[in-house]
Design a protein around this ligand. Structure first.
Ligand code: SF4
Length: 313
């Protein structure tokens, strides 16, 4: 029975969360990190206008209560990627957000991870009783290029339980980034149709890892290398740094910050590792060639389509 409940809470393919909840979907692009957005890809395949933000079904809005109940039964919490098919702080959702906040507030056995590319809007969108932040809400912003650094200051100005920098996709070296005030770094290369033109150099991820070690309370999560599919080359940083796990495999550098109540088990091994041949191609190929394409190209965006089925329900 316990195993069944846990399995029902680990449905997302994203390794740093147990689940996704989407109150609305659709979005508009705001910066370089939006290139190749999987939401656009998924909605276009359904002949939906990606730029129209629309509410999801009542089933999606009920889903958090079910997840919360299951986690509470075990005395645990689950990590929820909130609005993975939109931006929680998109202006077009302003009229609907108060109901979403209510659900978030009530579901205290869920840790709501809210990542936005619009942190300048957070302050005007917070609920009246926000105070120093709901203990079960972690706010994050995306920075994949230096031009996005101002987002970090916007988020630093917001009181909250925990701040995240989502460095996905990492599109250039961020060697001078200021990590002060943040507790979790999510780092990864681009996936989707434009990954080849936007390949992440692993040394950029390594720079961030080395930098993060100067902050004792900063967890680092290497999500993936660049590939058509997401969650591929998950051992890329371990290979680059030549770090091994106890079993002799290249390390997955996937740290998670402490949660307010104990967390359900997270499938930290989720994803595809490089073979030695694939790694050689990735590591020795520069971005103007397609040397690593064969590493992962047989797979397409099937998993993205699958996830969008659920959002659309
Ligand atoms: S903010 Fe996120 S969901 Fe919106 S267009 Fe950019 S990448 Fe896509």
């Amino acid at each position: 029975m316990t195993l069944l409940i846990i399995n029902s809470l680990i449905e997302t393919l994203i390794a740093w969360a147990h689940h996704t909840v989407n109150f609305w979907w659709g979005c508009t692009m705001v910066s370089a990190e939006c290139q190749g957005c999987y939401v656009e890809e998924a909605m276009t395949k359904k002949h939906l206008n990606f730029n129209v933000v629309r509410l999801t079904s009542p089933a999606q809005w009920d889903k958090p209560y079910r997840l919360n109940h299951s986690a509470a039964q075990l005395g645990k919490c689950g990590l929820v990627f909130t609005c993975s098919y939109s931006d929680f702080f998109h202006k077009a959702a302003d009229r609907c957000r108060s109901k979403a906040w209510q659900i978030i507030r009530e579901c205290t056995n869920l840790v709501w991870i809210i990542l936005t590319k619009r942190p300048e809007r957070i302050n005007e969108c917070l609920p009246d009783d926000w105070g120093n932040g709901y203990p079960n809400v972690w706010l994050g912003t995306t920075v994949g290029v230096k031009d996005s650094y101002p987002r970090l200051d916007h988020l630093r100005a917001i009181p909250c339980a925990l701040r995240i920098i989502s460095i996905e996709p990492l599109l250039q070296s961020l060697d001078d980034i200021d990590l002060t005030g943040f507790s979790w770094l999510l780092v990864g290369g681009m996936s989707g149709p434009t990954w080849e033109q936007n390949r992440m150099e692993i040394r950029w991820a390594a720079e961030l890892y080395e930098k993060s070690r100067a902050y004792p309370n900063l967890a680092y999560f290497y999500k993936q290398s660049s590939a058509y599919r997401s969650e591929c080359g998950i051992d890329g940083l371990g290979r680059y740094l030549n770090m091994l796990d106890d079993d002799g495999t290249f390390a997955l550098i996937r740290e998670v910050p402490p949660t307010p109540i104990p967390m359900l088990p997270l499938s930290i091994n989720k994803g595809h590792r490089f073979t030695d041949e694939q790694w050689k191609r990735y590591h020795t190929t520069n971005s103007s060639t397609n040397g690593s394409e064969s590493a992962f190209s047989p797979e397409s965006l099937v998993q993205i389509q699958d996830a969008s089925q659920e959002v659309a329900k």
